[in-house]
Design a protein around this ligand. Structure first.
Ligand SMILES: NC(=O)c1ccc[n+]([C@@H]2O[C@H](COP(=O)([O-])OP(=O)(O)OC[C@H]3O[C@@H](n4cnc5c(N)ncnc54)[C@H](OP(=O)(O)O)[C@@H]3O)[C@@H](O)[C@H]2O)c1
Length: 284
């Protein structure tokens, strides 16, 4: 696995802990170094490569396009080539941002991508490179939430909301961004299922089922936490962001369902996430 120190990487490392997994962080393997990738993969001869590494700074990518391209696209080409050489499966993670957000019903895997920003474009090119290897899975996730205990990385949108609610601050949330958030625990289980069931390689949407505006997610989080919410609705137009954000990005997990895996609803995932956080007294 590469990118094992990230939010999803750490969750996958835990979910696959019963397997013989070699976990690489950026310190032990920089995926933009193709020789190092080739050598490392050849030495390990894995049955599967899980790629959780990414350049995820959506706004920063507008000014650091070459860096985003190197990690999100060119490095994926290197991983795909290494996977093909040793006949390994490649599990790569994509994003809802490959869509322009103009749809009115959840995007399924057949929907045509139309990325609107540098991050989004680099992630789409990464998908294409990943799919060059015959055994590749591209799992499109969005608005990841949840983390392993003790994980200290970049705060997710949900963490920002929960923190604000618990501190009884006014929480500003978008009423015009529709999402299907993805709980890392469920994404990890879906990835295991696809590998274990020898599912057909290709692109899979992998989000918790259903859709909601961030406003609705915040209201549900407040209800589950038993907090009287002070949620201030805002719209994308009110927030100056460097990179465009798709407004409607609910995804439909059609192919995962056909492959025999049902993603729980986002409400169920949110409840489990908040419960595990309370039981561990750890902010996820
Ligand atoms: N987070 C979301 O809401 C979201 C939404 C849609 C799609 N996704 C996708 O889901 C996947 C996992 O995202 P995440 O949120 O778990 O990411 P994350 O927490 O940002 O972790 C990414 C990891 O990749 C590492 N990395 C960056 N450049 C690297 C390089 N050159 N070589 C090796 N490692 C490198 C980072 O290390 P450093 O910390 O040292 O930079 C970090 O540990 C990514 O493909 C992402 O694009 C995420």
């Amino acid at each position: 696995m590469v990118g094992a120190a990230g939010r999803l990487g750490a969750a996958l490392a835990r979910a696959f802990a019963d397997r013989d997994v070699v976990c690489h962080t950026r310190d032990s393997l920089d995926i933009t170094d193709p020789d190092a990738v080739r050598r490392t993969v050849a030495a390990a001869a894995p049955g599967a490569i899980l790629n959780c590494a990414a350049f995820n700074d959506v706004d920063g990518a507008e000014e650091r396009a070459a860096d985003a391209l190197a990690v999100n696209a060119l490095a994926v080409r290197g991983l795909a080539r290494a996977a093909e050489t040793c006949s390994a499966a490649l599990v790569h993670f994509g994003t809802d941002f490959v869509f322009d957000g103009t749809a009115t019903a959840p995007y399924d895997e057949e929907a045509a991508p139309s990325p609107r920003g540098t991050y989004a474009l680099t992630k789409l090119i990464g998908e294409w490179f990943a799919l060059d290897a015959p055994g590749s899975f591209v799992l499109r996730v969005e608005s990841l939430f949840g983390a392993v205990p003790g994980w200290r990385g970049r705060r997710s949108t949900l963490e920002g909301i929960v923190e604000g609610l618990e501190q009884h601050r006014e929480v500003k949330v978008f009423t015009d961004r529709v999402v299907s958030p993805s709980y890392v625990e469920d994404v990890a289980r879906a990835a295991r299922h696809l590998l274990d069931s020898r599912a057909q390689p290709g692109v899979y949407h992998c989000v918790n089922s259903g859709q909601a505006t961030w406003y609705e997610v915040a209201q549900e989080a407040a209800r589950l936490l038993g907090i009287r919410a002070s949620v201030q609705p805002i719209t994308l137009d009110q927030m100056p962001l460097k990179a465009p954000r798709p407004r409607f990005c609910a995804l439909a997990n059609r192919k995962l369902a056909e492959a025999g895996f049902t993603m729980p609803s986002w409400q169920d995932a949110l409840r489990r996430c908040l419960e595990s956080r309370t039981s561990r007294r750890h902010i996820q």
